[in-house]
Design a protein around this ligand. Structure first.
Ligand code: GDP
Ligand code: IMO
Ligand code: MG
Length: 483
């Protein structure tokens, strides 16, 4: 039984509404182009060819984050035993809407709403223990079970107050060049992880020398923060130690060796779902550097962030919005800082989940997404928020860039080039219909179908899921080819 069934909200969980139900009901509705059995046969064959047969799926954002990964992870959780967050931290804001009620998650995996599923916060995540405990309490207060169904890696790195202060001071100093971070201390914490000396992992909170190490780190960080701010800053090491000692005590029941757990799980052929945070264009190695986050947020981060070898991944689902958004600074070739952008922002409620900043909005960029889909090893696409585009006379897709007079479909490595590119657009007819009630491919207006087909063609990946609203049931599972 779904745990939310017991909640005193208007929402009552109907187990028939899960993913399998969608598939079965779709099968029952005839008129699909290719029989489901055939699609499944092909899928199985492909999975067998690629891997050892252990079903492990990854959900990864292919743009600049907020592609609605949370909705898809929640939907697919019913078919998995374990859901794993493997990078990022409380910079992420994933929304799951259950019966019209939004749940916002930052660190806890979006699988948490099904208590039979084990949620894992793996080694690649950076976490503020206070933020995690607060999130757990918030979920529990709304009737969500967070007991032994959560495991927190003892290898995950810990965010301290000095990381948050450093983030703030560096952003302030950068002025117009600021990254526009979420100010959650993400970058400074990853920097310390890579720098190795002043870093703390969750397991370190329980070691004898923890107090001494906090004193040592606080002394050094106090000097650093003073240099950065030019002001007298005092870090009270004893107070920080006491605060984190208390966090550690409250967190202890969830802490364990997630790497060992996941390695056992793949051998036991458990079905694992990896939940990416951010999006591939924010990947520290492959994104729009330096306007990125500090982790590998494309598909390449799964293995280092979880300890599960990449060869076990059987399926990568690339999540895209039907348009583009970006929060914070950095180049955004298809940005529409005009009434089109405002139309999308209003209809899509495009305001940051974490910081409430208005998101920058623009047309779909097939050059960028083709690049990130290939980089992340994407098998299929989920196109989200298609309903937002309803009502426009025409919709545009960026199919190439003009860079210094040359046309290209390559995504430039340097941010200076990306600032300079001029998008080359294809214009497609828009549609006026409200599509939020569409549940089958056939329910979509012909113009929306044509737009989706073109996106799929340009990215070179099939569409598997189309989302027409935030709720679980506002989803179309595409069966078979749509060309
Ligand atoms: P994430 O960070 O990738 O999980 O995405 P966010 O939760 O930050 O942002 C996605 C927003 O879109 C959330 O408010 C979702 O509830 C909402 N959403 C998800 N799918 C759809 C959809 O198909 N249509 C509309 N209109 N909203 C959606
Ligand atoms: P989800 O998981 C959108 C952006 C910030 C900033 C840059 C660096 O909800 O998709 P950071 O605080 O990570 O150092 O900020 O990355 N950013 C996100 N944008 N969605 C996110 O997460 C983001 N996480 C970070 O706005 O531009
Ligand atoms: Mg988000």
């Amino acid at each position: 039984m779904d745990q939310l069934g017991g909640l005193k909200t208007t929402f009552s969980w109907d187990k028939n509404r899960d993913h399998e139900w969608f598939l079965k009901s779709h099968e029952a509705r005839k008129g699909t182009v290719v029989p489901l059995e055939k699609v499944n046969q092909v899928k199985k064959k492909r999975q067998k060819e690629r891997t050892s047969g252990v079903p492990a799926t990854c959900v990864v954002g292919l743009q600049w984050g907020d592609e609605a990964k949370g909705k898809i992870v929640d939907l697919l959780t019913g078919e998995h035993d374990i859901v794993v967050r493997y990078q990022g931290g409380a910079n992420a804001g994933h929304t799951v809407v259950l019966g019209g009620e939004p749940f916002k998650l930052s660190l806890v995996p979006s699988g948490i709403f099904r208590p039979q599923v084990q949620c894992v916060i793996a080694n690649g995540v950076v976490l503020h223990p206070g933020a995690l405990l607060e999130e757990i309490e918030r979920l529990r207060a709304r009737g969500v079970q967070v007991e032994n169904n959560l495991l927190v890696s003892n290898r995950a790195h810990v965010i301290f107050p000095w990381h948050i202060e450093e983030d703030r001071l560096l952003e302030k100093a950068a002025g117009g060049e600021a990254i526009g971070t979420t100010l959650r201390g993400i970058g400074p914490c990853y920097r310390d992880k890579v720098g190795r000396t002043l870093a703390f992992r969750v397991g370190d909170l329980y070691r004898q020398n923890f107090r001494d190490r906090v004193r040592e780190a606080a002394q050094f960080k106090q000097r650093l923060l003073q240099c950065l701010s030019g002001e007298q800053i005092t870090l009270d090491a004893e107070a920080i130690y006491e605060e984190y000692r208390q966090y550690a005590e409250r967190l202890q029941r969830w802490v364990g060796d997630s790497t060992a757990y996941l390695l056992d799980a793949v051998e036991a052929e458990k079905r694992i779902l990896f939940e990416g945070a951010q999006g591939a264009l924010l990947d520290v190695d492959h994104g729009t550097f330096p306007y990125v986050t500090s982790s590998n947020s494309s598909g390449v981060g799964v293995s280092s962030g979880s300890g599960v070898p990449a060869r076990y991944l059987t399926k990568v689902i690339g999540i895209i919005k039907a348009y583009s958004t970006r929060v914070g600074g950095g180049p955004f070739p298809t940005e529409q800082a005009n009434e089109i952008g405002q139309y999308i922002r209003d209809r899509g409620n495009e305001y940051g989940t974490v910081t409430r900043r208005p998101r920058r909005c623009g047309w779909f960029d097939a050059v960028a997404v083709r690049y990130t889909a290939r980089l992340s090893g994407v098998d299929v696409l989920a196109v989200m928020l298609l309903d937002v585009l309803s009502g426009l006379d025409e919709v545009k897709i960026c199919v190439g860039y003009e860079l210094d007079g040359q046309r290209t479909t390559n995504f430039p490595a340097h941010v200076d080039e990306l600032w300079r590119v001029q998008p080359v657009y294809e214009t497609w007819a828009g549609w006026k219909e409200d599509i939020s009630q569409a549940r089958r491919w056939e329910d979509l207006p012909a113009a929306a179908q044509a737009y989706l087909r073109r996106i799929s063609q340009l990215i070179g990946r099939p569409l598997e899921i189309i989302s027409v609203g935030p709720d679980r049931e506002q989803t179309i599972f595409v069966q078979g080819p749509i060309f």
